[in-house]
Write a protein of this length. Structure first.
Length: 182
């Protein structure tokens, strides 16, 4: 059991990162992580040593999130659709603007696409692992990612947008080099 607890403890930062990206609210995300950890500890006898603990935990978290949404729908609790006002931008930092724009675009995605993008893009799960975590066929993972990527490209390539993150980073590096050389 001590080994399981140590392995579980190592996964907490990943769980928190995914929960914060998924929930878009620090308090709700922390509640989701806590619920996931409690469920994992109470069901630790079901985890098979040698299997992917991260995928197992993300599956628990995903199912807990789905159950929470279903419960909210049944009880009539509404969740604000647009929470973009939470993104803070510090003055003049182009990288932060670009990252906030990407985060805002990801937040606009439908729940199913956002969860898939976050598992594959942020958490680094391969398509098969994401399929297991989300409980959907591999082809559905691929199609959700394809649609999400196309939508993100469309939103992020709109006119009057901040340049792509790579361009902003290059500009910042160039500007930083100029300041150092003067």
């Amino acid at each position: 059991m001590a080994d399981f607890n140590e392995l579980l403890e190592r996964e907490i930062p990943r769980l928190r990162r995914y929960a914060h990206a998924l929930m878009r609210n620090a308090i709700d995300a922390d509640d989701l992580v806590q619920d996931t950890l409690l469920r994992a500890l109470s069901k630790s006898h079901l985890w098979e040593d040698g299997t992917d603990l991260r995928a197992w935990l993300f599956t628990i978290m995903h199912n807990s999130r789905v159950n929470g949404v279903r419960r909210a729908v049944r009880t009539g609790i509404t969740v604000p659709e647009d929470e973009l006002g939470r993104i803070g931008i510090s003055g003049g930092q182009h990288e932060r603007i670009a990252l906030a724009e990407v985060q805002a675009a990801i937040d606009r995605l439908p729940e199913e696409q956002r969860a898939t993008v976050l598992l594959v893009g942020l958490e680094g799960l391969d398509y098969e692992e994401a399929s297991v975590v989300l409980g959907i066929p591999l082809g559905t993972v691929r199609s959700r990612l394809s649609r999400a990527r196309a939508q993100l490209r469309e939103w992020l390539d709109e006119p009057a947008r901040v340049p792509a993150a790579a361009t902003v980073y290059a500009m910042a590096q160039r500007d930083g080099a100029r300041r150092i050389s003067h």
